[in-house]
Each structure stands twice: as structure tokens, then as C-alpha cells.
Design a protein around this ligand. Structure first.
Ligand SMILES: NC(=O)C1=CN([C@@H]2O[C@H](COP(=O)(O)OP(=O)(O)OC[C@H]3O[C@@H](n4cnc5c(N)ncnc54)[C@H](O)[C@@H]3O)[C@@H](O)[C@H]2O)C=CC1
Ligand SMILES: O=C([O-])CC(=O)C(=O)O
Length: 316
């Protein structure tokens, strides 16, 4: 049988979706379908065609199409959901819950009908709760519904550490757990630079400042942009997760998973380290945490629970 390229659908052709589509193609991870609402069918087609016309220059063999029709995305291997509104300065991600829960629900109904075997990655915010909504609507096994938060949060943490130490970003290995909010939990004790614990290389006050900056990293970009949120690093995060699945890399990445007993949490969606490979979330890795780290994770879990409750109670 002829070997086929993977098919990847990106729902939402805005800043994150369009950037993700281009980056996926640039890595030749598969053929890309970029999908947005019918009112934006032509601009979506235009973006995709413009990207496609860059492929001869870049030597990329990936097809990219724009559409508003789920039939074009049928039988995708991976579906990435970026549909929804983004926050503006002064807003929290949780302020988006009412609008985005409805959008993610309707997108997932279409995905369920047209790509029933897909691995689905959710970006739309508030992403822990939106991963819950996606899981409920799709009814797919938990290994196939994956939220994006930790890859991005860890990338920010790693960026700041590399800058502070003037070393390659490749040698920085941070870990960030918890919800994708301002009380996320960068784990200093598990952070190494070229294998060396970061606490041996940087003074505590400098690490504390980096942890604090990481927690509000999304807000820092929102305030600078003025009219939307980050998209280059979020897109790169989605591409890394997609690559881990399509190439069965079995990467250890921080992702949002359905927790059923891990860290003592039942039926909670939150960022944890997991092995991401050809079968999606292949297993969650549970780290030993100190009492202080556990308390920080519980605080973050509380914030996530509060938003999920809004959705559960039918208020969003
Ligand atoms: N989890 C994370 O780490 C991150 C999450 N985000 C979130 O991702 C979402 C998208 O952000 P941006 O791309 O910057 O926003 P954007 O406004 O540039 O794009 C969103 C797109 O979704 C489309 N859309 C809305 N309803 C739709 C539907 N029912 N079906 C298909 N498409 C639909 C819109 O027409 C728009 O083109 C936001 O909720 C944002 O908060 C953004 C960055 C990081
Ligand atoms: O901050 C936002 O609203 C978008 C996002 O989740 C991030 O960039 O981390």
C-alpha cells in the first residue's frame, strides 16, 4: 500500500492557527487543512494559498488548503483547535470561558463527526477547561485529547533561564506543571542546565524572579501586543506536540491530560509531564513533590476546578 502523508487540520485560522499551519508545513509534518468559520472562508483560503505559494521557495512538499467545510478535513490524523477569542490587556484567560466553551463544543461536534480517529490538541483558552469541554464533546479515549499549556510555559521559563545564564536554550531543561494560569508551578528542583541543578548556578532571588515572570508570561505578551495574545511560541508548541505524535517520538512533554488518580486528582484536566508518542498521551509521569510543591500544585488545581465548574454547571 502506498505510504500517505499525515493529514493535519488546524481549526481557527487566526494568529495562532495560521502560524501553526505554516510551521507544520515548514517541518513537512503532513498536508495541512486550515479551517475557519464560513464568514471567513475566502480569507482562510487566501492565507492557505499564500502559504502554499511559499513552498516552492522553501522546498516544502506539504499541501495547505483553506476551507470552512469540515468535509475537507475528514479523516485527519491530528486536529488542532485554536478557534476562539483571545484576551486583551486587563483580562484573564478565564474571562474567555463563556464564549470559547460554546465555540470549542461546536468545533468538537464537527471533529467527532468527520475525524473520529484523530488525536486532538486543544489550544483555545482557558485551555484546561477547554480540554475538559473537548473531552466531553468528543467522547474520545483520554489518550487522544491533549491540551497545550506546559510546552509553552516551559519554553518561556527556559528562555529566561538561558538569558540569565548566557547559555544555549538547548541545554536548559525546565519543568512547569499545573494549570495554564498565573499560579502555574515551575519546578525549580527539577530544573537542570546541562545536567546541573539550576540552584547551583543562579542565586535564589534571580530564580524567584524568573519563576514569577514565567507565571505571567502570557500576560507580558498580551500587554505588549495590545490587541491579542502570543502566537509564535504557542504555534511552535503545537508543532512540537504534533511532531511527537506523528513521528512516535515518545517525548516527555508537559501537556494537559485527564488525571484519574495521578497526584491524587480525580477527573481533573491539568498540566503534567507525560510521554507523548504515536498513541497520544502514552503515560503520565508522576513526580515526587515536596509538601510546598504539592501545595502550589493544589492552588493551581483549585483555579482550574473553579473554571471547569462554570462549564459543568452549564453556565458556559
Ligand atoms: N493554550 C495556550 O497556550 C494558548 C492559547 N491561546 C488561545 O488560542 C485561542 C486563539 O488565539 P488567536 O489565534 O490569537 O486568536 P484569533 O482571534 O487570531 O483567531 C481565532 C480564530 O478562531 C476562529 N473561530 C472562531 N469561532 C470558530 C469556529 N466555531 N470554528 C472555526 N473557527 C472559529 C476565528 O474566526 C479566528 O479566526 C484564544 O482562545 C487564545 O486565548 C493562545 C495562545 C496560547
Ligand atoms: O496569554 C494568553 O492569553 C495566551 C496564552 O495562553 C499564552 O500566551 O500563554
Amino acid at each position: 500500500m502506498a505510504i500517505k502523508r499525515a493529514k493535519i487540520t488546524v481549526v481557527g485560522a487566526g494568529f495562532t492557527g495560521a502560524t501553526t499551519a505554516l510551521m507544520l508545513a515548514q517541518k513537512e509534518l503532513g498536508d495541512v487543512v486550515l479551517l475557519d468559520i464560513p464568514q471567513l472562508e475566502n480569507p482562510t483560503k487566501g492565507k492557505a494559498l499564500d502559504m502554499l505559494e511559499s513552498t516552492p521557495i522553501q522546498g516544502i512538499d506539504s499541501n495547505i488548503v483553506g476551507t470552512a467545510d469540515y468535509a475537507d478535513s475528514a479523516n485527519s490524523d491530528v486536529v488542532i483547535i485554536t478557534a476562539g477569542i483571545a484576551r486583551k490587556p486587563g483580562m484573564s484567560r478565564d474571562d474567555l470561558v463563556n464564549t470559547n466553551a460554546g465555540i470549542v463544543r461546536s468545533v468538537c461536534e464537527n471533529v467527532k463527526a468527520t475525524s473520529p480517529d484523530a488525536y486532538v490538541i486543544i489550544l483555545s483558552n482557558p485551555v484546561d477547561a477547554m480540554t475538559y469541554v473537548a473531552n466531553k464533546t468528543l467522547g474520545f479515549p483520554k489518550n487522544r485529547v491533549i491540551g497545550q499549556s506546559g510546552v509553552l510555559d516551559t519554553a518561556r521559563y527556559n528562555t529566561f533561564l538561558a538569558q540569565a545564564l548566557n547559555v544555549s536554550v538547548e541545554d536548559v531543561r525546565g519543568v512547569v506543571l499545573g494549570g495554564h494560569g498565573d499560579d502555574m508551578v515551575p519546578l525549580v528542583r527539577y530544573t537542570t542546565i546541562g545536567g546541573i541543578p539550576v540552584e547551583q548556578l543562579l542565586p535564589k532571588d534571580q530564580i524567584d524572579a524568573i519563576v514569577a515572570r514565567t507565571r505571567v508570561g502570557g500576560g507580558e505578551i498580551v500587554n505588549l501586543l495590545g490587541n491579542g495574545s502570543a502566537y509564535y511560541a504557542p504555534a511552535a508548541s503545537l508543532v512540537q506536540m504534533t511532531e511527537a505524535i506523528l513521528k512516535d517520538k515518545k517525548r516527555i512533554l508537559p501537556i494537559i491530560a485527564l488525571l484519574q488518580g495521578e497526584y491524587g486528582y480525580e477527573n481533573l484536566f491539568m498540566g503534567v509531564l507525560a510521554v507523548l508518542g504515536g498513541d497520544g498521551i502514552e503515560r503520565v509521569i508522576e513526580l515526587d513533590l515536596t509538601a510546598e510543591e504539592k501545595a502550589a500544585l493544589e492552588k493551581s488545581a483549585e483555579s482550574v476546578r473553579a473554571v471547569i465548574k462554570i462549564v459543568e454547571n452549564g453556565q458556559a
